[in-house]
Design a binder for this molecule. Structure first.
Ligand code: FAD
Length: 430
């Protein structure tokens, strides 16, 4: 095999989108995927304007829109009484940020990138489980479990939450949130309740939430039910089972309860993230996507951050490429590492806080609801830091929003202030 310019480990959305971004510059790119086939497990995924802006740059936005749905509204409801708490007008949001907010089936997005990789000549290898990494000045290598050594000028590790490459940078472990997600897609013809497919809806409740939106031009209803597992909290191993799903939602409104039997019950996703790390580059080896910054899903930015990582790396690669085609990899990787870890740190930590806000109970739930109801639909204070153009340099990274303390709601509901906590409005995830 010829030596590629770039070796990418992991053929998820992060690995494939990065492979495409680099190969369209004319670089020789090889992807190593451990599975037998390239593919994505799961259901829908939300793509905010900071992602659709990049898809547009890649010439893939129209195809993504054709395969997905561009909803009109995103609505947050209280899961217990079903009332509306706040909303985003997604058509207005598109005007504001210049690019749409859309939803798409994960496998459709993955296939979009896979096809794009094939079209630009990316070498796509399956059944290649990478077990170790090495490097010499000016090159790096990944070795598979069969002993095959793949060398390249640069190795980008996009091998997900349980990344092998991350152990080169940190001895940390994934952090369990004790929350678990059930998913389910249902043909819309089988949905016996009125559902507005022009809306992305999240019902937020005590220690649980439920999300639904349309997929594939409205042919499918995508559903996600997420809850805190009592058995996880008790330190038991067999957590997140379907009996826990049913009991987690007993307090919720009829609509949510009636959707639960339609979740897939044979598979569930335990929710982990990791504490942020600032070093993602060691010589010619770089982390990308969930390998570098796995978030909890509440901001709906995990795959987006991975896509942004690849775009930023490719933009710096393009900028630092000589007329002879040689890339200043040290410069490109340094520029990548100068800007991405701080952005992703903000997202990972905000996702934790945002999830806590969703799952409040009692007085804090009432305080949260007051603050969310007070937000004006066209107020983008809480989304500007994330939906604007992806920063290429640290100085381009926008300032974050000011969190609103929950007790600010006490002006409306009176009574003693609760424990201080931050409320913040942002994207509504699944
Ligand atoms: C319930 C839920 C909802 C979500 N919703 C959203 C959303 O709406 N919007 C959003 O942007 N994000 C969302 N996310 C997050 C998003 O799914 C992830 O952040 C994203 O898929 C990460 O992509 P990745 O390519 O970095 O990693 P992965 O998708 O984990 O891909 C890693 C790839 O590497 C391969 N691999 C692993 N180890 C090796 C190895 N040793 N050798 C070779 N190959 C290897 C794997 O097989 C896999 O193909 C959600 C996540 C969850 C759990």
């Amino acid at each position: 095999m010829n030596t590629p310019d770039v070796l990418i480990v992991g053929g998820g959305i992060g690995g494939l989108s990065t492979a495409f971004a680099l190969s369209r510059l004319g670089l020789r790119v090889r992807v190593l995927e451990r599975s037998k086939e390239f593919g994505e497990v799961g259901a829908g995924i939300q793509l905010a304007p900071n992602c659709t802006r990049i898809l547009d740059d890649y010439g893939l936005l129209e195809e993504a829109k054709a395969r997905g749905v561009v909803p009109d509204r995103m609505v947050m409801r209280d899961a217990i009484d079903g009332s509306e708490l706040t909303a985003l007008d997604l058509r207005d949001l598109e005007q504001e940020y210049g690019f749409p907010y859309m939803v798409i089936h994960r496998s459709d997005l993955h296939t979009l990138f896979l096809d794009a990789c094939r079209a630009t000549g990316v070498e796509l290898l399956t059944e290649q489980r990478v077990v170790s990494y090495a490097q010499d000045p000016g090159k790096a290598a990944a070795t598979t479990d069969t002993g095959t050594v793949h060398e390249a000028g640069v190795v980008v590790a996009a091998d997900g939450l349980h990344s092998v490459a991350r152990t080169l940078f940190s001895d940390d472990e994934p952090v369990s949130s004790a929350y678990v997600a059930y998913r389910g897609t249902v043909p819309i013809s089988e949905v016996d309740q009125p559902v507005d497919l022009a809306e992305v809806v999240v019902y937020v409740g005590p220690r649980c939430h439920f999300v639904h939106y349309g997929l594939r031009g409205g042919d499918l209803l995508n559903q996600v039910a997420v809850f805190e597992s009592p058995r996880a909290r008790a330190g038991l191993d067999d957590w997140g089972t379907p009996d826990e799903l049913d009991s987690a939602f007993t307090e919720t409104c009829d609509f949510v309860q009636q959707r639960l039997p339609h979740m897939w019950r044979d598979k569930w996703w335990r929710m982990y993230d990791r504490d942020p790390i600032r070093t993602w580059v060691d010589g010619r080896i770089a982390l990308l996507g969930d390998a570098a910054h796995p978030p909890l899903q509440y901001m709906a930015q995990g795959a987006i951050m991975a896509i942004e990582d690849g775009w930023v790396l490719a933009e710096h690669t393009k900028r630092l490429r000589g007329t002879d085609g040689a890339v200043d990899w040290a410069g490109a990787l340094a520029a990548y590492e100068a800007v991405r870890p701080e952005h992703c740190r903000r997202v990972v930590l905000t996702a934790r806080a945002w999830g806590e806000l969703w799952h409040l109970d009692g007085r804090k739930r009432a305080q949260r609801n007051v603050l969310l109801r007070a937000r004006k639909t066209g107020d983008y204070t809480f989304t500007d830091w994330i939906y604007g153009p992806t920063a290429l340099f640290p100085d381009d990274e926008p300032a974050m929003f000011e969190p609103i303390p929950l007790e600010a709601a006490d002006r409306v509901i009176g009574g003693p202030a609760g424990t201080r906590a931050s409320a913040s409005l942002g994207p509504i995830s699944r």
